[in-house]
Every structure is written in C-alpha cells, then in structure tokens.
Design a protein around this ligand. Structure first.
Ligand code: SAM
Length: 289
C-alpha cells in the first residue's frame, strides 16, 4: 500500500485532478501516515467493524480504515472528490463513498441497520473544523449505538471537551459532553502535518457514549448547567439563583447538596452538578420549596 498521507503523493493527487483545498469545507489534508494509522488503529475495534468516516478528502484516513475494518462508509460533501476517491481507493472493494453533507444523514437508521447485521459500528474522522461541535452533538444526541467516535479536531476545542474542573477550559460544553460520553485523548498533532498548514495544532479524541440515565431530563439538566456558567465571574448562588428565579431556593438546594454557594461553576464536578439537579427535581416534585 502506498500511503496517500505523504507530502509528495498528496501533491501528486491534487495536481493530477487539478484540485485545490476548499477553505469553506475545512479542507486540510493529512500528510503524515503515522497519524492516520494511529487514528484508524484506535477506531477499529474488531474484525467485524463498520467504520463510518466523515469527510474522506482524497482518502488519507479512508485507506487505513480500509486496511483494518470489514467495511467503510465515507460521507463527503465536496462533489469533486468521489471521482478522485474512486481512483485513490481502487484497491478496496469494501468501501462506499456517499456524496452528502453528514449533517443531513439519518445516522441512527444507518447504525441500527449495520448493528442488526452484527457489525461493531465506529466513527472516525479528521473533522472539518468549522462544524466540529454540530457533528459531534449530532452523534451524541442521536443515541445511535456507535461503539466509539475517534476524531481529530482543533486543539483548543479538544481541550474544552476533555477539561478537568478548576481549569480555564472547563465550561458548560465540558460538563454536558462528559455527561454524555467518556472522553480520552488519543494523540496530539502539530499543525505541520497538514496540507495546507492550518494556523492551529490539533488533537485526536476518542468518545464512548454512556448509557442513558433515565432519571435525568437531559434538556433540563443541560439548561441548568449552561445557566450556572452563564456569567463566569459570578458565584453559583447568583447564576443558579437567576436560573431558578429564586435566590433563596438556590441557597437551600446548594446547602442540602453540601455545596458552597460562593463557589463558581468551574469548581463543580459533573457528579456535583447531577447532585444539585437531583435535589432540585425532588424538591419540585414534592413541592417542598
Ligand atoms: N480525511 C481527509 C484527511 O484527513 O486528509 C480530509 C480531512 S479535511 C480536514 C475535512 C473533510 O471533510 C474535507 O474533505 C471536506 O470536504 C469534508 N467535509 C466538510 N464538511 C462536510 C460535511 N458537512 N459532510 C461531509 N464532509 C464534509
């Protein structure tokens, strides 16, 4: 196999097809085979894995996914690329290229269909950075039974998804993501392994979607978390009190949860947010406050 992810072969393919990277589609092609190999190896969990790829580009990662997975389905928005991929991936007959915006597909239906056939289903991508969060939340909230999501994104965004409490990157997005998924860092990737070279470094993260907690109304919980972070400088008592439209009620709930009302939201762990939410819903249900 000749890796596509090298500077010389990538340039050769771009020249052969008279292609240029479309900024609007977030096109930065990987030119380091070690990185694509690492993403593919981490993504593919078994010999009966279907790998769903978002944005195959000219096939750098797709090629490695084809080496390791039983089947690969790749969604590419750029109508110039399916023809190129037919050529660059001609060695593989278990790959399907679908020219479509990933945000438009019914991911749940797709995953369920292949799960029924006995596949493990994973998602892998070097994401188009302009829509990292919408793509990830489409996957998280679809509740599709995806076994894992292994994706590269801008370092700063990855830092927020994987942040620990009491750090500057820890925010509502962190808490919501870590409520929905287990998150781990797979690799840190410098900006010089892309063509064209972007302004920022990247990180590969892996997400495993957690079991649904039927006791939690997710939308209500997420609204509460967002409200607690609304004004970062303000204390929990102020932000949460504004959310409840009742500061006294906020004080009583926080006290019951053994949480110092003078703290800021960034000091609360996911479990502490869940604890506050639980007390609040119990009090509301039983009309205590
Ligand atoms: N996987 C290739 C690589 O690693 O070299 C290309 C990665 S490039 C960062 C992102 C790819 O996603 C581009 O090929 C781009 O055209 C594609 N893309 C952008 N928006 C998309 C969308 N909404 N749906 C599917 N593909 C998209």
């Amino acid at each position: 196999m000749r890796p596509i992810a090298t500077p010389s072969y990538t340039k050769e393919i771009l020249e052969r097809y008279d292609l240029y990277a479309k900024k609007g589609f977030g096109q930065n092609f990987l030119i380091e085979p070690g990185i694509v190999d690492k993403i593919a190896r981490n993504a593919v969990v078994s010999d009966h894995t279907l790998a769903i790829e978002i944005g195959p580009g000219i096939g750098a990662l797709t090629q490695y996914l084809c080496e390791y997975a039983k089947k690969v389905i790749a969604f590419e928005i750029d109508e110039r690329l399916p023809e190129v991929l037919k050529d660059t991936l001609q060695a593989y007959d278990h790959v399907e290229i679908i020219q479509k915006d990933f945000l438009q597909i019914d991911i749940q239906e797709l995953v369920e269909r292949y799960k029924k056939e006995g596949y493990d289903v994973v998602v892998a991508a070097n994401l188009p950075y302009y829509i990292t969060t919408p793509i990830l939340f489409k996957l998280f909230s679809s509740k599709a039974a995806v076994d894992s999501i292994t994706v590269m994104m801008q370092k700063e965004v990855a830092d927020r998804f994987s942040a620990q409490k009491n750090t500057k990157d820890y925010n509502a997005l962190t808490v919501i993501t870590q409520y929905l998924c287990d998150v781990r860092t797979v690799a840190k990737v410098p900006k010089n392994v892309f063509l064209p070279k972007p302004k920022v470094d990247s990180t590969v993260l892996q997400f495993h979607i957690k079991e649904v907690n039927s006791k939690v109304d997710e939308q209500a919980f997420f609204e509460m978390v967002k409200a607690c972070f609304r004004q970062r400088r303000k204390t929990l008592l102020n932000n949460y009190g504004e959310y409840l439209k009742d500061k006294e009620k906020a004080r009583i709930i926080l006290e019951k949860g053994n949480i110092d009302a003078g703290l800021r939201a960034e000091s609360l762990s996911l479990d502490e947010f869940l604890h506050v939410y639980e007390i609040q819903t119990t009090y509301e249900k039983e009309n205590i406050l």
